[in-house]
Structures are given as C-alpha cells and as structure tokens.
Write a protein that binds this ligand. Structure first.
Ligand code: NAD
Length: 485
C-alpha cells in the first residue's frame, strides 16, 4: 500500500499540526467511478488516536478555548461557514471524486455543511440554564456545560455533511473534537481541518485521524478519555462502538440506517408521489440511511402506481458523478457485491424484479448499478434488510391499519413518508408509526438542518440536527446556593 508519489500523500491533522503520525503505512483513496487511486492518507494507529484525544483534552482545559466568549465561538463558526461556501465548487469536486456522487448532490452537501456551522453559530451564546424555586433562602440554578472531548466516527455516504452535522453543535457548545472519517472518503474532513485552522480554531480543538475502522475507529471508540461518541454507520459497527464505549461509560449517539417506507394511498397526488418515491431511493444511488427503500402502496392503485415508478426509474441517467447524472457509482466493489447478493436472495425468495437488478455494462468500472424495483413479500429478507443501493422493494396494503403494521414491520425506524390528501388519515398514521421523522406529502433525506433527526429501534439512539442535538453535547450541572441573611 505504500505509495511512491509524495504529492498524493495527505497528512492527518492532530493538535494543530499536519502529520503522518506514527503510521508507517498509508491507505489509498480511490475514485469509485473508475477504481483509480488518487491520494493516500495515513493508516492511523492507536498511538495516533491517543495523541489526538490527549490534544483535544488539553485544548478543552486550556483558557484559550474554555474562556472564549460564546459570541466569539459563534463568530468563529460563521467564518467556517463562509469558508466552506467560498470553496464550494472545489470541495464539491473533491467530494464527487472521493465518493462518486453527482456533482449537484456534492454542491448541496457542501451547502448543508455550511448551514450546520451557520445554524449552530447562532446557538453558541444561547445555551441557557434555569433557575429552580426550591426555598426562599436557596438560589438553585443549572448550567448547561460542554461535555468535554467528543469523538465523531463518520461513514462514506455523506462524508462532509455527516461530519459537520455533529461537529458543529459540539463546537458551538464548547467541546473539542476528534473526527475519524471513513477509510473510503477521508478527503473533505481533512479539508475541513484546513478551514478550521484558517477560521482561527485554537490548536487541539479540532483533530482528524484517518485510518481503518477496525484499527483507528476501534481505538477511538475504546479510548477511556472521551466524553461522547457520535457514530453513523452500520448496525453491527454501532453495536461494537457501543460495547467499547460501555467500558468507560461514554455516552453514544448512534445513527444506524433504516428500511424506510413511503406509504402511498389511492387519494394522493400520484404523479408527485411517484417522483418523490424515485428520488427517495435513487439519491446517492440509494446509499442513504434515510433512503425510502420500501414502497407500501394501496392495493387498488398498485399496478398503475408501480408502472409510473418503473417508468421514471428507467429514464434515470447513470454515469460518473462529475457529469452530473441522476445516479453515480456505488462506493466500492464490496458494496456492489452486497447489493448483488440481495439480487440472488430475491431470486431464491421468488420475488419479481420489475426493472434493474444488474450492474451496468457500459461504464468505466463495475461499480454502477441499475435502479431496481422488486415486488417482494413483506416478510422477505428483501423487504426487511437494509441493502444500501438503488433497490426499491414494493408490496401492497388494503387498510390504514395494515399500512401501519407494515410500516412498523422491520427492526428499523428512521423515516416514514405518507402520501394522501386526507389529513386525518395522515395524522392517524404519523402519530402511530415508530420512526424518528415523518414526512407527509414530501420526503427529505440529508437536508433539514433545523429538524431533529434520528431513529427508533435499531435505527439508533439519540437525535441529531436542530436544537435537540445540543442535548448530546451539553451536560446539566445543578448548583444550590444557600443564602444567609
Ligand atoms: P461501517 O459501519 O463499517 O463504517 C462506518 C464508520 O465506522 C467508518 O468510519 C468506519 O471506518 C468506522 N468503523 C468501522 N469499524 C469500526 C469499529 N470496529 N470501531 C469503530 N469504528 C469503526 O460501515 P461500512 O462498512 O462503511 O458500510 C457497511 C454498511 O453500513 C452499509 O452497507 C450500510 O448498510 C451501512 N451504512 C449506513 C450508513 C448510515 O448513514 N446509516 C452509512 C454508511 C453505511
């Protein structure tokens, strides 16, 4: 893995310094569209992780950060937002090179990343405590303090957006940060480090460790001197992170994916619903935790509605992200193999593949997968398990009670889409589905910086985004002062 081209080597960022760390080996960073390597990052070790956590601890205790006025912290975060926007084109191109997505999506991701900093910049000087009436001679009040050193383990599907989603509220509340981007997509997190430096973030407050999940990621989640871990990724890794954190009673926020349904009633605006159902499963080639990967459709319109969906899926343009198609490549060959294995399972389970189901033959590499629609039984593996590709599974319902039971029938509970012109039916369902977010006659994934986001059941623990996210990055201290007259 050791590269020869020095220019391609990107160092990590620890304690305000660009460094190769103790790592002797590097990880090649590959363009998913062509499978050609274009950069190398250090294969961070547990010693590098320890160095970053110690730097973050020292920075947390140092007066430069601890005594910075909250309003100044806010201004610093506004500068980060401005710098992200000023470099939007270049950052978007890097994101597309790194994770393959269409350039328009990368531009949106950089804008959303800037929005996170802008949104939480405004909060930095509004993190309030309370006074509590206990007794006439007692002044009881609470402080909402930063928790301390926070770790952020980030997946490959929305690298900069998901990183900023948790880093921004953590910094706004006065914490320090150690980020571990995914090994497939480390580039924009490293660029964010340069932006933080330029914006005047004190040394040690923001650190980036590159490396493999099973090495640097595992070392970070097991580090005994963390005060919070935010992890986004698969359920199995989430369980490993939670177990590692348990040894030090480190709190975790977990965002672990889903099998989110779009429930379409016969009285919905079917054209609008069909467009959104397609977008919800094809955005980022379906590699989205909140992807609308199940279509639960009222039986009376199943045939006509599914036809509309299939027609739209077949019209989508597939290609390299830099050409701004509708669908770019899958992140790597391992993930392609995973999607293909579900096509085998579909055949074994007797499901009907209505369109797609294969990799594309006329692309620069084997990482492009056709948008796929499959009719499957609600209790099939196809209908219950997260595939993480452009694969939509369809089945019908007849009553709203059945729609509810089907919506709740997986072990996930991240997002639910409801499509109907009947507000009573919409609210009946919205108030009963087990998911962290519900969209009625619209569907959102990725945006919505202001809206709390997170899952029920195996979709995760805790909420990100909005003011709600501050709960993870602050801790309440109660102070009771006895007043002697
Ligand atoms: P993953 O869960 O293995 O990786 C996510 C992050 O965790 C990466 O930064 C990785 O380096 C790190 N990591 C891996 N092992 C670790 C460990 N033992 N301790 C600490 N950190 C560790 O996900 P993946 O392998 O990249 O993707 C596999 C599946 O995860 C996908 O098929 C999909 O189902 C799911 N996924 C979900 C999301 C989401 O947003 N919810 C994102 C990406 C992947």
């Amino acid at each position: 893995m050791n590269g020869t081209n020095e220019a391609r080597k990107q160092p990590m960022y620890i304690n305000g310094e660009w460094t190769a760390g103790t790592a002797e080996l590097t990880i090649e960073v590959v363009n998913p569209a062509t499978l050609e390597p274009f950069a190398e990052v250090p294969r961070g070790t547990s010693a590098d992780v320890d160095h970053a956590v110690r730097a973050a601890r020292e920075a947390f205790e140092a007066p430069e950060w601890r005594e910075m006025l909250p309003a100044e912290r806010g201004r610093m975060m506004q500068r980060i937002a401005s710098l992200l926007r000023a470099q939007k084109e270049e950052l978007a191109q890097l994101e597309t090179l790194d994770c393959g997505k269409p350039i328009s999506q990368s531009l949106t991701d950089i804008e959303v990343a800037a929005r996170y900093f802008e949104y939480y910049a405004g909060v930095a000087d509004k993190i309030l405590g309370e006074t509590i009436p206990v007794a006439p001679n007692v002044l009881d009040y609470t402080l909402r303090e930063p928790v301390g050193v926070t770790a952020h383990i980030v997946p490959w599907n929305y690298p900069i957006q998901i990183a900023c989603r948790s880093i921004a509220p953590a910094l706004a509340a006065g914490n320090t940060v150690v980020v571990k981007p995914a090994e497939d997509t480390p580039m924009t997190a490293l660029r964010l480090a340069g932006i933080c430096e330029q914006a005047g973030v004190p040394k040690g407050v923001f650190n980036v460790i590159t490396g493999y999940g099973y090495e640097a990621g595992a070392a970070l989640s097991a580090h005994p001197d963390l005060d919070h871990i935010t992890f986004t990724g698969s359920v199995d890794t989430g369980i490993a992170v939670m177990k590692a954190a348990a040894a030090s009673i480190t709190p975790v926020t977990l965002e672990l994916g889903g099998k989110s349904p779009n429930i379409v009633f016969a009285d919905a605006d079917l054209d609008d619903a069909a467009s959104w159902v397609v977008k919800a499963i094809t955005q980022n080639a379906g590699q989205t935790c909140a992807a609308g990967s199940r279509l639960v459709v009222e039986k009376s319109i199943q045939k006509q509605f599914v036809e509309r969906v299939v027609e739209r899926m077949e019209a989508l343009k597939i290609g390299e992200g830099k050409h701004n198609p509708d669908i770019g490549p899958i992140i790597n060959v391992k993930q392609v193999a995973r999607i293909q294995s579900y096509m085998e399972i579909a055949k074994q389970e007797g499901c009907s593949i209505l369109t797609g189901g294969r990799t594309c033959s006329d692309m620069p590499s084997g990482t492009f997968f056709e948008p796929t629609v499959i009719e499957a039984a609600p209790d099939s593996r196809l209908a219950l398990e997260e595939i993480f590709g452009p694969v939509l599974v369809v089945y019908p319902f007849e009553t709203k009670e059945e729609a509810l039971a089907l919506a709740n029938s997986t072990e996930y509970g991240l997002v639910t889409g409801i499509w109907t012109s009947n507000i009573n039916k919409a609210h009946w369902l919205a108030s009963r589905v087990r998911s962290g977010q519900v969209f009625i006659n619209n569907y959102g994934a990725g945006g919505g910086v202001e809206m709390p986001f997170g899952g029920s059941k195996k979709s995760g623990i805790g909420r990100e985004k909005g003011l709600e996210a501050l709960r993870s990055y602050t801790q309440v201290k109660n102070i009771a002062l006895k007043i002697h007259s």
